[in-house]
Design a protein around this ligand. Structure first.
Ligand SMILES: CCCCCCCCCCCCCC(=O)SCCNC(=O)CCNC(=O)[C@H](O)C(C)(C)COP(=O)(O)OP(=O)(O)OC[C@H]1O[C@@H](n2cnc3c(N)ncnc32)[C@H](O)[C@@H]1OP(=O)(O)O
Length: 467
């Protein structure tokens, strides 16, 4: 479609709405803006709805419906905060829920599996094993509710995510069918030091819980969870962090996904976004158009020699959040050094070789299920970003440009960190996926700013990204 059909810049209703939402959310809002908002749409809610229609991201989300009030047969037995607790009976400060056991009290032998299944430690340095894990996850891992998209973690991503400094191979747990040796279940832990408010705790980060679709609803997941707990406890570690879309007892934070279209035509074609009836595709493309080159002078890929400065910069920034990792240089190098198709990090270097800013994202594609034209949606997910000299919004615009140049279709971010300050302005649309953060065997008490029935930490207090 010819460009002129899109009309002059700023003429479309959606562009107008975007502009007005920016104004609406900023301190510099004027009566004039409000009047223009009313002229376009009756109210701000309507305007927001229209913008949301543009990018109703249906990324895989870790949520399957469950009836309110259903008991948690497994989670009700675990040392986690429960939904029905009497606030008067709870401690006043953050604390461990179950006491630390002695080494002798930790079960020495693995939990029993149903007949015909066996435990298998997965060596993530072995290409054949990595391929088996990749295949299990590619066909059986997290999907969105409409079964349109399924996360497709690459082999290289899995190796990167699961082999950070100090990783333990026995925390990469598989379940295989005894006869065929086929991998049918998986769960992983990696070691991490997390700070929860003022407490710095050695933990495991738990991820990639997956059961083959043919073996669902047979209570295999609780066995996998108990087995990883046992193996973590054997290392004298008693806490864990994990995220999920599903509601479990009991989130420490509940966060919202936002999506920034980079390739709107493809996103509409595969059903990730909708084209509002009032809009043409040409206008949509124009709305999301980005400059060809980043705007920040001197922005460049992170290199090894930057690691000491970046560790300092990042640690300082993360200290502002109530839930955040504590990362040493070795870990920063592992998690942030660019790996093709897995992790991209950029820094801004000012005069005197001072690194002032960092921005990073990881690449996690999804299979587009049953689409004849496109097989894969290439998504970038915001990772750790620190802006001290460059305005955060500019840094994020640059990373949109850089990720688009690498072929990403969409850029995803949560409403954690200070992300609230750029999401609207950079035309991120609210997704329909929510992500809950959980801690195992650690109670976080509500703070003064916690509203009744809401998790103790608000998204802006969260400074942790789990892969
Ligand atoms: C100190 C060290 C501690 C270490 C451990 C810390 C805890 C780590 C916790 C794990 C963090 C993982 C982080 C990620 O990887 S989140 C990603 C989870 N994976 C997927 O969504 C992939 C697709 N789905 C599947 O593979 C299966 O549906 C799974 C495996 C999820 C459940 O299999 P299945 O559908 O066949 O069910 P079941 O009959 O075996 O079991 C039913 C029980 O499982 C509870 N359930 C369902 N989904 C989840 C979930 N995402 N986290 C925790 N529990 C979950 C459910 O409420 C029920 O318990 P309850 O309602 O009766 O109480």
């Amino acid at each position: 479609m010819a460009d002129d059909q899109a009309g002059p810049p700023g003429s479309s209703e959606a562009e107008e709405v975007v502009h007005l939402l920016q104004a609406n959310g900023s301190a510099a809002q004027t009566d004039g803006d409000n009047q223009r908002l009313r002229a376009v749409t009756p109210n701000a809610d309507k305007a927001r709805e229209l913008l949301n229609q543009l990018t109703l991201g249906q990324q895989p989300q870790r949520q399957k419906s469950r009836r309110a009030g259903d008991p948690y047969a497994f989670w009700g037995t675990q040392p986690v905060a429960q939904f029905n607790e009497d606030p008067a009976s709870l401690p006043a400060t953050d604390c461990q829920i179950d006491r630390t056991k002695t080494a002798a009290e930790v079960r020495q032998d693995p939990y029993g599996l149903p007949a015909d299944f066996e435990w298998s430690i997965c060596n993530m340095s072995d290409d054949k094993t990595v391929h088996e894990v990749f295949e299990l996850l590619t066909y059986h891992y997290v999907e969105d509710d409409d079964e349109m998209f399924r996360f497709k973690y690459s082999r290289e991503f899995l190796q990167w995510a699961l082999q950070p400094p100090g990783f333990r191979q026995e925390w990469h747990i598989g379940v295989r069918a005894c006869k065929t040796k086929r991998l049918v279940g998986f769960i992983t832990g990696v070691p991490a030091t997390l700070r929860v408010r003022t407490n710095t705790i050695s933990m495991a980060e738990i991820n990639f819980l997956c059961v083959h679709k043919k073996l669902r609803s047979k209570r295999l997941a609780p066995v996998l969870i108990k087995e990883i707990t046992r193996r973590v406890n054997l290392q004298n570690i008693w806490q864990a962090a994990y995220t999920a879309g599903v509601v479990l007892p009991k989130p420490v934070a509940e966060c919202q996904y936002y999506h920034r279209s980079l390739n709107p035509k493809k996103l509409v074609s595969v059903g990730f976004s909708r084209l509002p009836s009032t809009m043409t595709m040409a206008r949509l493309i124009k709305l999301y158009k980005l400059p060809e080159e980043p705007l920040t002078p001197g922005i460049r890929p992170l290199t090894k020699k930057d690691i000491p400065q970046v560790t300092h910069l990042l640690s300082n920034y993360l200290s502002k959040f109530q839930l955040a990792p504590v990362l040493n240089e070795e870990e920063v190098e592992h998690f942030l050094m660019p790996v093709e198709g897995v992790i991209d990090s950029y820094v801004v270097e000012s005069a005197g070789s001072i690194i002032t800013d960092l921005v990073s994202y990881y690449t996690l594609p999804s299979t587009i299920i049953g689409n004849p034209s496109y097989q894969e949606l290439k998504a970038a997910f915001m990772y750790y970003t620190v802006a001290t000299e460059t305005p955060l919004q500019q840094l994020m615009r640059d990373v949109l440009i850089l990720s688009k140049a690498k072929g990403h279709d969409v850029f995803n971010a949560l409403d954690i960190f200070a992300n609230d300050s750029f999401l609207k302005e950079l035309k991120f649309g609210i997704g329909d996926g929510r992500l809950r953060y959980y801690l195992y065997n650690w109670r976080v008490v509500p703070s003064a700013e916690t509203r009744a029935n809401e998790p103790p930490l608000t998204p802006k207090n969260v400074g942790l990204v789990l892969l």
